[in-house]
Every structure is written in C-alpha cells, then in structure tokens.
Ligand binder design. Structure first.
Ligand code: AMP
Ligand code: SF4
Length: 456
C-alpha cells in the first residue's frame, strides 16, 4: 500500500510507489485520488504497469492519493476484489485500502446485518466502511477510532476522504506501515523501498494501535489501544519484503544475511559450493557461505519475466511455474556437493523441484538448508498459509521431508536463531510474530471471539 497527501502529482507518485511494492501482490492494482471535491479510482486485475499502461494515473487529478497491490488470500480473482474500494454516502466518499486479515469479520458482518446494513462483499474494507458509517456517522477520527476498536486481527488501513488521509495499524503491528516526507507532502508506504524510489525520506513507522491523520492542517496521531509489544510478521524479513527495505530500523537484506550466518552456526555441512534460490534466498546464501568459508555461487538462474510461483492458484500450475522460472548453471553444479539455501518451505513444491533439477544437472550431493524455522501452523494474519493441511512441515517429520524433497540432508534455522538474526534489543518495537513457526499467536482466535473451526 502507498499513499500521499499534499502533492500536485499525487496519483503519479503513487504509481511509482506501487511499482516498488509490486512484489507484495501481483493479482491486481489500483489508485484512488482526490482533488478535494471528488474521489476517483482506476484499477485492474493485472500488474501495476499493465493497469496503468496508458498513464491512466494522469487522469486521477488532485493532491492526495492511495494505491494498493492485491495479494490474494481468499476471494475471487476479479476486479471487485481489487482495492482501493470506494464507498459513497450522502455527500461524502471514502476510499479504503487494506493489508492483513480481520479475524472477527464474520461476527462483525452478522452484527452489521442484524442492524440493517446490506453488505455486497465480505471484504475487510467494506466491513470497516460500514462500521465507520454506522448510525449515519460521518467519516472522522472519532468514527474511525470506534470502528477500529471493534476489529480484531492484523491490519494496516489507508483511508482517503476528500479532505484527509487516515493511516491505521492494528493493535500488535503485525503488518508494516511507515510514514515519509517528500518536500512538504506526506507519504505512507508498507515498505520503505517505495520512499527511496519516489525520492521521499523516511520519518517513522506507524505504531501498533495508532491512527495517523494527515490533512492540510498537518499530521496528528491518536491511539485506539494501549501500547503493546509489537509482533511484526517475521515472514516480512524472511520472504515478503524487498531487501532494500528497512523494517523496525533493521534492513531486510542484512537480516536475511544474519539468518544465513545463524543457520551455518546451527547446521554446518561439508560441501563445495553454496547457492541460493533467487531472489529472496540470495542474502541468506551469502551469509551461510561467508560463515562456512565456502564459495557462494550463482547456481540457479531466475527467469525474471515469470511471476512468483507461490501465487498461482492450483498445485498443478504452481509446479509448472517452478519449472519455467528457475534454471541450473551446469558449470557450477556438476560434480559438486551443493548447499541449496531457500528462505522457507511452505508446501515443499519449490525445494523438491530444485533438488531434482540440481541432481539432474549432475550435483554429487544436495544439502537443503532453510533460513527460517519450520512452518507448522496456519497464519491468521493475511499471509496465504491459512490451513495446516497444506503445510509440509506440519504433517511430516524432518526425515520424511528430506526423503520427499530428495535431498541428502535437510536442516532449518531455529526460532531462536531467527530472533537473533532480526531482533536488535528488547524494546517494545522490536517484537516479532513467529506464530506460523511456534504456534504462539499474538492475536488468538479466542481474542477474536471465534472457535477453532475447519477454516484453520
Ligand atoms: P513452497 O514451494 O510451497 O514450499 O513455497 C516456498 C517458496 O515460496 C519459498 O521459496 C519462498 O521463497 C516462497 N514463499 C514463502 N512464503 C511465501 C508467501 N507467503 N507468499 C508467497 N511466496 C512465499
Ligand atoms: Fe507472519 Fe507467520 Fe505471523 Fe502470519 S503467522 S503474520 S506469516 S509470522
């Protein structure tokens, strides 16, 4: 997500910001902008470049805008699911973009419907819009704060009206959201890499439980919860974020390299060469090689023109995707004992394919080292790992996984190693969510008023 207030090229800058955030979602992109009188939106089910192929952002005039790239965790693959969503009521309009997952959405939806609201979708932004507008209230700091207090889960919201941008982060700060400045304009982004691209400077992260309001009067901050220890998604460091982003003042590349170093300390192996699965595992592979005093080599090449395989909807398409995406470098692999570093294993598809590919290319041995802990629990907070059934590590022993993946050995980083690689001190800001790896959920189903059900 990206937003800007106070710039005469707001939509254009948002377009560049979304470009930098494209890795966060490839299923759709949209920008909503305001000139103070109206809200306009343009969106499509495609990559940012294709949605704004004819520079459509030029028609989105005004001094403020928000933009969103869609990462699907549910719902249909259609334009109705692409954000920002626009809601109109009386003389007022509001555009909403959202990252994360509202866990108690079914309860809130029932509550709203029993009070007479008619919801068109069950998306988190629509529920937020209805909660804000409940009893005919206007969109204001007060009505937004009331609505946010009812929402349990992980969320980062950007809310644009004709005269303000609001940015809110859930009580534990599971998803990232930062504020920057571009001249006199304020910018907000999920990741700091987008600030660098538009020439903005980082100001600070939005705090857990904080609502920031930006308007012509400047910037204001209120809280809707007491400060709690942050539980920033550790998969942001492991896989999701770009290496040039900083989260909680920790650079993502540096943290990945440290994960590789910790992994080498915990699970060394005799080998000839270390290679990483591009792109997200390269930093960890460099760290592992450095600590082991082994050569780091580019043993696998990525075809840049194929999207992230994980995001394909079916297992069959995902498997096909891996084949098209990665190729071995024969001169590096043939006859060698190879350490293959991957950042994570979710369903096991990527590792199995790559080990086979390396062996087919003549690798003497392939040792798989995973630069994050085993993913054994579902994520309730907006990352697409929502059922235990799909997680290979939740259903198999390490030896079974080694066998299924076809590796000569396999080892994962421990949760303590991950913590050491990322966390710098014991301040409130430096807390991590590792729930999918440890089962310790910062926001529980019970907190959200729901019973364990088949969904999880
Ligand atoms: P899998 O093939 O299902 O085991 O998925 C693991 C691969 O997907 C790893 O190589 C990661 O780089 C990548 N990955 C891990 N987590 C995610 C995620 N939440 N969304 C998309 N890709 C991911
Ligand atoms: Fe991230 Fe895992 Fe926590 Fe989900 S459960 S927010 S993927 S660390």
């Amino acid at each position: 997500m990206f937003g800007i207030w106070g710039h005469n090229k707001a939509a254009e800058i948002t377009y560049y910001g979304l470009h930098a955030l494209q890795h966060r979602g490839q299923d759709g992109a949209g920008i909503a902008a305001t000139d103070g009188k109206d809200l306009q939106v343009h969106k499509g089910v495609a990559l940012v470049n294709d949605v704004f192929k004819h520079a459509e952002f030029k028609e989105l005039t005004g001094h403020a805008a928000i933009g969103h790239v869609r990462y699907p965790t549910g719902g249909k693959d259609s334009i109705e699911e692409v954000q920002p969503f626009i809601f109109h009521a009386k003389s007022e309009s509001v555009a909403i973009g959202h990252d994360g997952n509202i866990m108690n959405k079914a309860i809130l939806r029932d509550e709203l419907e029993s009070q007479g609201s008619i919801l068109q979708t069950s998306t988190d932004p629509e529920i937020l819009a209805h909660l804000i507008r409940r009893n005919g209230q206007e969109v204001s700091e007060v009505s937004i704060l009331q609505a946010l207090k009812k929402m349990v889960g992980a969320y980062a919201f950007l809310i644009l009206t004709e005269d303000k941008i609001y940015a809110a982060l859930g009580a534990r700060g599971i998803r990232p959201l930062s504020i920057g400045k571009l001249g006199d304009a304020y910018v907000i982004s999920s990741e700091t890499c987008a600030f660098d691209i538009v020439g903005a400077t980082f100001v600070r992260e939005i705090n857990p439980g904080e609502l920031v309001t930006i308007s012509d009067e400047g910037i204001q901050s209120t809280r809707f919860t007491e400060p709690q220890k942050r539980a920033l998604c550790s998969m942001e460091y492991v896989y999701l974020s770009r290496p040039d982003s900083d989260l909680n003042h920790v650079n993502v590349h540096a943290s990945r390299k440290s994960m590789g170093i910790e992994l080498a300390k915990e699970a060394p192996i005799e080998a000839d060469v270390v290679t990483g699965v591009p792109d997200s595992s390269i930093s960890a592979a460099i760290g592992y090689a450095e600590e082991m005093k082994l050569p780091y080599e580019i043993g696998i090449i990525k075809n840049r023109y194929i999207g992230r395989t994980f995001i394909q909807p079916t297992q069959e398409l995902r498997e096909q995707g891996v084949k098209m995406k990665l190729s071995p470098v024969r001169g590096i692999i043939e006859g060698k004992r190879v350490v293959m570093i991957d950042d994570s294993i979710v369903r096991g598809t990527t590792s199995r394919r790559i080990v086979k590919m390396l062996k087919d290319t003549g690798a003497k041995e392939v040792h798989v080292r995973i630069a994050s802990p085993m993913i054994t629990n579902p994520c309730y907070y907006g990352i697409d790992m929502s059922t235990r059934d799909e997680l290979i590590a939740a259903n198999h022993t390490l030896e079974e996984m080694r066998d299924m993946i076809g590796a000569d050995s396999i080892a994962y980083l421990s949760p303590e190693g991950l913590e050491r690689a990322i966390v710098r001190d014991d301040s409130l800001e430096q807390g991590l969510c590792k729930a999918c790896m440890t089962g310790e959920y910062p926001v529980t189903l019970k907190d959200a008023g729901i019973k364990m059900n088949d969904q999880y």
